[in-house]
Write a protein that binds this ligand. Structure first.
Ligand SMILES: Nc1nc2c(ncn2[C@@H]2O[C@H](COP(=O)(O)OP(=O)(O)OP(=O)(O)O)[C@@H](O)[C@H]2O)c(=O)[nH]1
Ligand SMILES: [Mg+2]
Length: 417
């Protein structure tokens, strides 16, 4: 995490009048005492920076500023430093107190408007006073992103941090949602990837599907080669290479076949693994699968497909995964399916969500679904990870992903954490 340069971290500027609880909010978010807090206004005199990993958002840095009581202060040296943060921050987090809305808060919104920077309002100290209707109306006119918080109440941290994460995912600049590479970082430059693409009755006529197209493009962007083969030709074509190829990737449906025909010294994986990392969180998907081992009769599973234009593929989502789940667990599960916009708001009844690769939705949407599942205490995995788990090939297809492999091998798959 330390390696990420500052500019690649999302910069979150904490603003607010003196004593509203900016530093307390930072300490609560960080889960440790980073900034000094006190009841004496003007405690923070210099900008305090705290870098952290705010999952699933990614690396962020909180910038705790010196409070300003009235805007006339904006000229002093101390305040000038805080002002610089107005330019630097990607998102402003404005810490306010119940029923106090001054020229200062107005100024922050004005500054945000000039820079087109989103503002999340934290109404802090709600343990001392319940905010009134008029005050709330005033805030709602300015932003939908409001959190009611008591920064000294650490036991409620999740109630404050979860909406914060959701708001950040929804409003942060595209650059921070930009996904990690698909395949380019897994093999060296000039490396060779063999892609196994079944051409069966499910393959679209005359073309190959999006994940395959994107993978080839990513190889090209990284000065690598993709060799695209049908599974029937794979072993013979692999034999033609004088040296081992750098990676083999297949469609989840032929994963057993690929594993069988790929020598141990060659990394191999599936398009699902590549896209689970690219679109969402592969590690979370791996953690979630352990739930399968503790499923009982009548437990509910949700199988979700992101797009509605080819709704739950009969074969995979509706037939094969349910059948394999049943064979593996030996219990009578209640399996629901949903496609496109049908994705339910409340998923807390489910023991596990098995999501498609999400090639038709944005990473932002996928991260939001992962975050909401986490809040509901429900593990969220995906087709490919589950299929490989049920077939006993997950360890092999995680070979290119050290972190996710570690989670599986250490048995750190405790469901939802
Ligand atoms: N009751 C209550 N007190 C709070 C809360 N948050 C912060 N405080 C208290 O308010 C005082 C000011 O908190 P700080 O975090 O230092 O405030 P700040 O905005 O960083 O202040 P400056 O750095 O001086 O601008 C401290 O005594 C905190 O303990 C809260 O949610 N509820
Ligand atoms: Mg402070």
């Amino acid at each position: 995490m330390k390696k990420t340069p500052k500019s690649l971290r999302l910069q979150l500027g904490l603003f607010g009048r003196t004593n509203t609880g900016k530093s307390s909010f930072l300490n609560m978010a960080a889960g440790q005492d980073v900034a000094i807090t006190s009841s004496t206004p003007g405690t923070t005199t210099d900008v305090v920076e705290k870098s952290m990993e705010l999952l699933p958002v990614g690396p962020v840095v909180f910038l705790d500023t010196a409070g300003m009581d009235d805007v006339s202060e904006l000229g002093s040296l101390r305040i000038r430093k805080s002002r610089k943060i107005l330019d630097r921050a990607d998102i402003y987090i404005l810490i306010a107190e119940p029923d106090i809305w001054t020229e200062y808060e107005e100024t922050i919104f004005k500054e945000a408007g000039i820079r087109k920077t989103p503002v999340i309002v934290v109404v802090n100290k709600v343990d001392q006073k319940k905010p009134g209707e008029l005050f709330l109306k005033k805030i709602k006119e300015k932003t939908e992103m409001v959190i009611f918080c008591s920064s000294i109440n650490l036991e409620q941290r999740d109630d404050y941090i979860n909406p914060l994460k959701e708001y950040i995912i929804s409003c942060c600049p595209d650059d921070f949602i930009n996904p990690p590479a698909i395949i380019g970082d897994l093999i060296p430059r000039k490396g060779i990837a063999v892609l196994i693409v079944p051409i069966d009755k499910e393959a679209p006529k005359g073309r190959i599907i999006l994940p395959q197209v994107h993978t080839i493009r990513d190889n090209l962007d990284n000065n690598q080669a993709s060799v695209v083969v049908k599974e029937s030709e794979y072993p013979k074509i692999l034999d033609k290479f004088k040296k081992p190829v750098d990676i083999v990737v297949c469609d989840s449906q032929v994963v057993d076949y690929m594993v069988k025909h790929t020598p141990e010294n060659i990394k191999c994986t599936t398009f699902s693994m590549l896209f689970s990392r690219h679109k969402g969180d592969l590690k979370a998907a791996v953690r979630a699968v352990s739930v399968i081992d503790s499923l009982k009769d009548r437990d509910k599973i949700l199988i979700a497909e992101a797009c509605s234009h080819h709704p739950i593929e009969d074969d995979i989502g509706r037939v094969k995964i349910p059948r394999w789940l049943k064979e593996y667990t030996g219990v009578d599960l209640q399996i629901d399916t949903c496609a496109g916009r049908d994705y339910p708001d409340n998923i807390s009844d489910y023991k596990l969500v098995i999501h498609c690769g999400g090639c038709m939705i944005t990473r932002r949407e996928m991260l939001m679904r992962i975050q909401k599942a986490k809040e509901a205490g429900v593990g969220i995995s995906n087709y490919g990870v589950v299929i490989s788990y049920l077939h006993g090939t997950l360890e092999r297809v995680l070979s290119p992903f050290k972190d996710a492999l570690w989670i599986l091998q250490k048995g750190a798959t405790n469901g939802i954490k």
